[in-house]
Design a protein around this ligand. Sequence first.
Ligand code: CA
Length: 226
Amino acid sequence: MRILIIEDEKEIRSFLKKALQEEFFAVDTAEDGEEGSYMARTSDYDLVVMDNILPKKEGPKICEEIRTAGKTMPIIMLSVKSEASTKVDLLNAGADDYLTKPFSFEELLARIRALLRRPKQIEEEILQIDDMVLNVKEHIVKRGEKEIYLTRKEFSLLEYMMRNHGVALSRGMIMEHVWDMNIDPFSNTIESHIMSLRRKIDTKGKPGLIQTISGRGYKMGLPEKK
Ligand code: CA
C-alpha cells in the first residue's frame, strides 16, 4: 500500500515517512500544497495524510482538487487545535478523517488501517490462498505450518497481490501500489522481487501461486485447470 504525506514541517514529515515505512508502506512526501496536490492527482496513492496549513496551497483546497480530479482514496487531515478551520470544514472539503496535533503515531496508524479496509475486507487482516496465510497486522506469512521469512518489500508485494488475487496485475499497477516514486520504471526490480518471492513461497510438489501472464503481468492464485 502506498501513502503520500503532504507536510511542511520537516521533522514530522521525516518521522512519519520512516515510521510508515517500518510498517511496510511505500511512502512519498511533498513539502508544500502545490506539489502535494499535483502528486495526489497524478499518481495512484492508496491514502493521503496531509497537514491543514501548508505553503502555496492549504489542505481543504487540496482535498477539493483531489476529489474534483476523480480520486477517491481516503484522506487524513492533520490540524492544530488553534486553527480556524473546524472538523466540519475539513470533512466538508473531502477529508475522511482528521487528527489534532500532537497525535501519537499509534493513533494515526489505527486510523490509516481503518480507512484502508474496504467494507468487504473488514475481517481481512488475514489473507489466504491455498495453504498460504498472510497476517497483515503481525507481518507473518506461513505456508502450511512453515513460517516464511520475507523482506519488507517482498511482504508488501505479496500482500498487494493477495488482496487482488485472480486479477491480472500489470507492472505499472504493482509499481504504483508497492513502490514509492524512486523506483526506476525501466529496472527489473519487480521481476527480481517476483522471482525471490516465488522461491520463498512455492513448495515442492505444489503448483506455483504466482502466474505470469505473458505480455500483461502477473496474477496471484493457483493456475487455472486446463
Ligand atoms: Ca503546516
